[in-house]
Write a protein that binds this ligand. Sequence first.
Ligand SMILES: Nc1ncnc2c1ncn2[C@@H]1O[C@H](COP(=O)(O)OP(=O)(O)OP(=O)(O)O)[C@@H](O)[C@H]1O
Ligand SMILES: [Mg+2]
Length: 501
Amino acid sequence: MKKSIQTRLFMIISLLVTCFVLLSMLINNNFLERYYIDHKKAQLQQNAKQIAAIYKGNPNAIILEMERLESKSALTMIIFNSDFVLKYPYYGTYGRGQGNLGGMPGPRLEGRLETGLAYIKNNREMLDEHDVFALTEDTRLMINFLNLFTKLDNGDYLMLTTPLSAIEESAAIANRFFFFSGLVTILIGLAAAYFFARRFTRPIRGLNSIAQKMSQLDFSEKYPVTSNDEIGELGNSINSLSDQLDRAIGDLTRANQKLQADIEYERSLDEMRKEFVSSVSHELKTPIALIQGYAEGLKLNVIEDEDSKNFYCDVITDEARKMNLMVRDLLDLSQYESGTFKIERTVFDILTLLERVISKYQPLFQEKGVELRLDWGGIGDELPVDGDIMRIEQVLVNYINNALNYMDDNRKLSVSLHIGEDKVRISVYNSGHPIAEDNMEMIFNSFYKVDKARTRSVGGSGLGLSIVRAIQQQHHNAYGVINRDEGVEFWFEVDRAQGKF
Ligand SMILES: Nc1ncnc2c1ncn2[C@@H]1O[C@H](COP(=O)(O)OP(=O)(O)OP(=O)(O)O)[C@@H](O)[C@H]1O
Ligand SMILES: [Mg+2]
């Protein structure tokens, strides 16, 4: 089993508590009795001193004091005079002043009186010098006694005797009690050690779980620092480490994602470039082949009549013009898309621009029999907008050209204008077939044409709407196409100018 800090702490604390309790029990067992005897000796000595202080040779005079001491300290006092005659205690007339033990007061004290008297007689010289303690055994009662012999001022001998059994018993009781209290102490100690160890290791366990989460890159959990000690400091360090790691890994992830997006973008750019080159070559192949064929025909003089020659020349010029237009569009587009081109914003009147462009187209509309509708009545004389006027005109012209090129035989074309809060939306509608949902996004890509054959007949190369898209993106404005009843509507937005121009 793995030994956790908690277990070790618990074991150490429990061991310490148990050792201390056992040690004090041992000390108690071995020394309590000795200590008790010493204490008893001191007490006997103290009692002897008290008696000596008040004793004037007549025990009767201090009988109350003596009996009080005897009862209180569980001792018995015996006094002999210097001739070894018992003076105290005496009962009735027994032994009073008789100088022998013949009429002793019953058998109760007999044993001790005899031994005491013998002891005093044997140690007379020593008692002149100092008090003497002696352990004696009352053979009759089979009890050990602790005795103090002292010589009083008037030459009488005082013997204080207390049964040792009381001492032994007290010590035994104390020891037994100490054993039980020790057991309780150990049990409480064990419980306290358990709770203390748990409490002490709880923050460590918390920190460990946070660190483990951190190793799995989960930095959501933080350590709630509540203490001002080493654990609190560690918690602070782990928290700031977690923050920094979180930030660093977040940065790294973001950088990585950006890198991946960049790589993806580069790859798509490369793809687009390849597609673009192949589309351009494809678009140029047709007019070049036509020019080459018709030029060779002219050179070989395969035709005689003037009209046919003129037709040949017209085809060559027309194809050359288309190529020229396309190359110009391509140059424009590459400029917009490479981002080197910057729009030049000015504030101008969009109504003036619309009118100018439409009046330019008027002869063409008439020639083609277009039914034109303009829908911006009631707006006022002028409507200032903010943008690159040349590019916005280019967007408008592209939409009108497309409307002219792709309208059906109903020949309807309308230009309308809606004013929003901070944008103006211009829409060019032409009658015609709706554009399939799938194509709506695609037609704004370069070289994308819905109907290849038809587009060629109207001379388109599929670049017009991609130029529209590039210009609108530069302006950060929206654009799009909506299928309407019997026609399509292309729209784009321009920024309304706040003030006047
Ligand atoms: N008003 C419209 N009605 C129907 N289809 C349209 C309309 N405008 C554009 N399209 C479709 O979207 C395609 C892309 O248009 P876009 O203007 O980009 O190229 P284009 O007109 O073919 O050539 P270019 O404008 O470069 O001369 C067109 O080929 C056509 O199929
Ligand atoms: Mg076009």
